[in-house]
Design a protein around this ligand. Structure first.
Ligand code: PMP
Length: 351
């Protein structure tokens, strides 16, 4: 090691799912198989490129207002960022500054551990139970903050709002972050708890149900005091996080509630049908309420299956290691994409 390397911050980076540049059936990073709301294309076409000379609005006012109106909260209760990854990372930096450990599940979004390491935040993992469920009582103890996704990823399991509230009410002296990247496909959001509890931050994204992963838009909703602290951290880091195009397109997308809800209905319908098809093929899986299914097969090695699928132009997600070594996470695509997946699996299993 070079002497100068001693003082370099060393991190083990997050490994994102592959983004192949050739045309494949892409069921590996939980994107939406449908296009964004039609208004987004119109907004994009009528965008004034002269705006690009100028820095974007550092307050992201237009997008913040669209989200505040949509959720019937104040504009001072919304914080936006470059995907929910950016928002979550800002939340770690801003809210998790205790000497006590931050708590999150052992099987969950793997970025949590990486941000904790990056910002040198102590953390402890709370093991999921034998059915891969979050054990809420594990979070009823002294800690420096809490974060969990609902539904959890990669399991897809949804925790009822009453249980989420139980975790929050037991932890009113620390910040509790509920990462709701997949909530639109699931059930009740913790957004309705932000008036009751000052210590809750709900984080959501445009990447999944709003079909705009490429635009990189995420947001947090919470009490004005928490949003102020988040903005203070952001302005100490980078004032112009969101580009002009994302601000305009994001605000436009929020306006089309009907299209949004219709897209979610289609994905849920395909998900439930896909579960039946997986059962017929002998897979077992968790009862996902997200836009993906976490599945395993008693007779086929997950890694081999993953590779065979990939060789045939069908990308799913596989991590390997530990408790999830025999699981694949399959994003719910269109009916046609899922038909292709099941067609391949049927012929593979007949060999
Ligand atoms: N939270 C969870 C649980 C996720 O699975 C993801 C998607 N990788 C994210 C947050 C981040 O999504 P994005 O940055 O696209 O909003």
């Amino acid at each position: 090691m070079k002497t100068f390397e001693k003082n370099i911050r060393k991190v083990e980076p997050y490994v994102p799912g592959e983004q192949p540049q050739r045309k494949v059936i892409k069921l590996n990073t939980n994107e939406n198989p449908y296009p964004p709301a039609p208004g987004v294309e119109r907004a994009l076409k009528s965008m004034d490129t002269d705006r690009m000379r100028l820095y974007p609005d550092p307050t992201a006012g237009e997008l913040v207002k669209a989200l505040a109106d949509y959720y019937h909260v104040g504009e001072n209760q919304v914080f936006v960022g470059v995907g929910s990854d950016d928002v979550l990372s800002m939340c770690f930096l801003t809210f998790f500054n205790s000497e006590k450990p931050v708590l999150f599940p052992d099987v969950t979004y793997s970025f949590y551990k990486i941000w904790a390491e990056l910002y040198r935040i102590p953390y402890e993992l709370c093991p999921l139970d034998e059915d891969f469920r979050i054990v809420k009582e594990d979070y009823f103890r002294d800690n420096g903050g809490i974060i969990f996704p609902n539904p959890n990823a990669p399991t897809g399991l949804y925790m009822e709002l009453g249980d989420v509230e139980d975790i929050i009410s037991h932890n009113q002296d620390v910040i509790v972050i509920v990462d709701e990247a997949y909530i639109d496909f699931a059930g009740k959001s913790a957004l309705e708890l932000i008036e009751k509890y000052e210590n809750v931050i709900v984080v959501q994204t445009f990447s999944k149900a709003r079909a705009m992963a490429g635009m990189r838009i995420g947001y947090a909703v919470g009490n004005p005091l928490l949003i102020k602290y988040l903005n203070d951290a952001k302005y100490s880091f980078n004032s112009y996080t969101m580009n002009q195009t994302a601000l305009v397109c994001g605000a436009e997308a929020v306006k089309d509630k009907e299209y949004f809800e219709e897209g979610i209905r289609k994905i849920i319908k395909t998900r439930e049908w896909a579960k039946e098809e997986l059962l017929k093929l002998g897979f077992s899986f968790l009862d996902s309420k997200a836009n993906f299914i976490f599945a395993t097969h008693p007779d086929y090695d997950a890694k081999e299956l993953f590779e065979a699928l990939k060789d045939n132009g069908i990308y799913v997600r596989y991590w390997g290691g530990g408790r999830i070594s025999q699981y694949l996470r399959i994003t719910v695509g269109t009916k046609e994409e899922m038909d292709a997946l099941f067609g391949f699996l049927r012929s593979y299993m007949m060999q």
